[in-house]
Design a protein around this ligand. Structure first.
Ligand code: KIV
Length: 263
């Protein structure tokens, strides 16, 4: 397979060809996922929950994301490597630039950052310096205590309009991609249609340009309540490689997410 770049993902969007993304935190799983055809690997701050056992992503540090980014970078194969800026990396523009620089040095090819329209200035400064950015909107897990839990966002018309406007603002500021988490499928479609850049969805319906899941959810080994948007692909596979391949193929064929995974 050819190396995946942002141009590849833009071409996928234009062709109406959905792409698959998966979290990865170490070299072995990164290799297996890349060999399965997964286009984008995310070193997500979800590692705080699935690797470290915390109840949220807030305790994760830049050093930890940097360590796991280095591990994944060594065997990411042809996949594009995205890394998450942890909680409070967006506290100031200066810190944002320094932290993003560290993750790019560790091997990231695009940085993901949570935040609404107010992130525009930071995204503009990152983009000016050659750092591609994916803007994470909708349910932003770093604000879970403010949101009062992991709840679907954008359910009412006003909230939905705000998410759409925030997405437009951040793309105008330079964001190369948008990630939408836990929003109604109708909003996932509207945002994807409105933006020129690829939109990745998790719990955002079948019409976003790409889909992402946490690796442990795909393997059916996450603890606690299973969110509606999750599918255990291991239930239909004999090996981890086969589960990843099935996830990738189901995204490509628009079999996943199905109606029962949507809000
Ligand atoms: O940290 C993460 O794994 C994420 C995904 C849930 C999109 O942000």
């Amino acid at each position: 397979m050819k190396t995946v770049t942002l141009s590849t993902l833009r071409a996928c969007k234009q062709a109406g060809d959905p792409f698959s993304c998966l979290t990865a935190y170490d070299a072995t799983f990164a290799r297996v996922a890349s060999e399965a055809g997964i286009e984008v690997l995310l070193v997500g701050d979800s590692l705080g929950m699935v690797l470290q056992g915390h109840p949220s992503t807030l305790p994760v540090t830049l050093d930890e994301i940097r360590y796991h980014t280095r591990c994944v970078a060594r065997s990411k194969g042809t996949s594009l490597l995205m890394a998450d800026l942890p909680f409070m990396s967006n506290a100031t523009t200066e810190r944002l630039l320094t932290d993003a620089g560290e993750l790019m040095r560790a091997g990231a090819e695009i940085i993901k950052v949570e935040g609404e329209a107010w992130m525009a200035e930071g995204i503009r400064e990152l983009t000016r310096r050659g750092v591609p950015v994916c803007a994470h909107l909708g349910l932003t897990p770093q604000t879970v205590y403010q949101l009062g839990g992991y709840k679907v966002q954008g359910r009412d018309a006003q909230q939905a309009q705000r998410i759409l406007e925030d997405a437009r603002t951040l793309v105008e500021a330079g964001a190369s991609m948008v990630l939408l988490e836990c929003v109604p499928a109708s909003l996932g479609r509207e945002v994807s249609e409105a933006l020129e850049v690829p939109v990745i969805g998790i719990g955002a319906g079948p019409d976003t340009d790409g889909q992402i899941l946490v690796m442990h959810d795909v393997l059916g080994i996450s603890q606690g309540r299973t969110p509606r948007f999750v599918k255990d692909f291991m239930a239909e596979a004999d090996t981890i490689a086969a589960a990843f391949r099935r996830y990738h193929e189901d995204v490509k064929a628009r079999r996943f997410p199905a109606q029962e995974h949507c809000f």
